[in-house]
Design a binder for this molecule. Structure first.
Ligand code: CP3
Length: 344
């Protein structure tokens, strides 16, 4: 189906756009009263994610309510560990929790390589969301980066340091590589299934990239992200590695189309390090949206000027915080649209 608004796809491929496209990480979620209302129907997060009708409904909400230029399928990165044999729970106010974790080589051997059929609840949600979007904007599919999923599968929960996961890299690199390869193979199958179901582009979230050294990052993270980018050829690929300022140059060499930046990364310096062959995405601090409207406008325009009009997708530098006012989020989106239309 032809898309009515394909700004984000054109920006990803480096083509000219009439204005800067904009979407927000975690746009579908708790900042929207409309999301909270649907979510009340099914309190358990994992069950909610596995209900395609509801997942599709909250996927489309931000397009209607915020006017963003893309939808992102409502799911979680942790569906892959589950499909491989490690089920998770989402604890209220605490985050993810795994009953079983990976400790030994036998544990790795026992994990399955997931395929698209294991995650049919996600591909069904994608098909429904595409139908509801009816070509208005593209749909973003996503996965966690192998390293970030590895971190949860070893640690068993969120952590400030992920010291257990890092300990595994130092004490058993062989097990680490075997597990990372299994996650990578599962992720490639999963992303291909998302694309077959209708995802128009994909993003890989490496939320815990920033706790590795540059050398470890190359060996245990980027190598596997690069395998995924080589395997996914049909749609544009966004790689977002949180806090990995040290990896920008290395990331510019892999076969992705877009590199996501967070707010700690200087925009001009990032462009110099990455070069002109990638689109950049980001990078407003989500906390900017706590500020008054005039500050949001000033800082957003400053960001847009620094990135310039070409090869750029506006976004935050990480996901929206749940206590952000919806009107301010909409104001950020509108500011991007107005400013980038006026200056061209
Ligand atoms: O709008 C979107 O961006 C799409 C949906 C989406 C969710 N999770 C829904 C969600 C996406 C893209 C994710 C990715 C995700 N999940 C990441 C990578 C991005 C990042 O934020 O760094 C990570 C690390 C996870 C794992 C995860 N899921 C954590 C750590 C938590 C708990 C912390 C939190 O923010 O609440 C979740 C839960 C989660 N995933 C929620 C949502 C809307 C909140 C649960 C709820 O609604 O009750």
């Amino acid at each position: 189906m032809n898309l009515k608004n394909d700004l984000i796809l054109r920006a990803a491929r480096g083509e000219k756009t009439e204005r800067t496209p904009v979407w927000l990480m975690r746009q579908a979620g708790r900042i929207l009263p409309e999301y909270r209302k649907v979510r009340e129907q099914l309190k358990d997060f994992v069950t909610f994610v596995k209900t395609p009708e509801l997942a599709a409904e909250v996927t489309v909400q931000p397009v209607d309510i915020l006017g963003v230029d893309a939808a992102i399928i409502f799911s979680d990165i942790l569906v892959i560990p589950e499909a491989m044999g490690l089920p998770y729970k989402m604890l209220e106010a605490k985050g993810p929790w795994f009953e079983k974790t990976v400790k030994t080589e036998k544990d790795v051997e026992q994990l399955r390589i997931a395929n698209g059929d294991d995650l049919s609840y996600v591909t069904d949600a994608i098909k429904l969301a595409k139908k509801e979007l009816n070509g208005r904007v593209p749909l973003i599919g996503f996965s966690g980066a192998p390293w970030t999923l590895f971190a949860y599968m070893i640690e068993g929960s969120g952590s400030k340091t992920f010291s257990q996961a890092k300990k595994m890299l130092y004490t058993n690199p062989k097990l680490s590589h075997a597990l990372l390869q299994k996650i990578t193979d599962s992720t490639i199958n999963y992303l291909k299934a998302q694309i077959a179901a209708g995802a128009d582009l994909i993003q890989i979230f490496d939320s815990w990239a920033g706790i590795l050294s540059p050398e470890q990052y190359n060996e245990f993270s980027l190598r596997y992200i690069s395998q995924i980018c080589d395997a996914i050829t049909l749609v544009p690929k966004i790689v977002f590695a949180k806090d990995a300022y040290f990896a920008r140059k290395a990331m510019s060499k892999i076969k992705c189309d877009v590199i996501g930046l967070d707010w700690t990364m200087d925009i001009a310096e990032s462009r110099t390090l990455i070069g002109l062959n990638k689109t950049l995405q980001g990078n407003a601090d989500p906390c900017l949206l706590y500020a008054d409207y005039d500050v949001i406008k000033r800082e957003t325009e400053k960001m847009l000027r620094a990135f310039g009009p070409s090869r750029y997708i506006a976004n935050l530098g990480h996901g929206l915080y749940p206590d952000t006012e919806k009107d301010k989020v909409k104001f950020f989106v509108d500011t991007v649209k107005e400013f980038s239309t006026e200056v061209r």
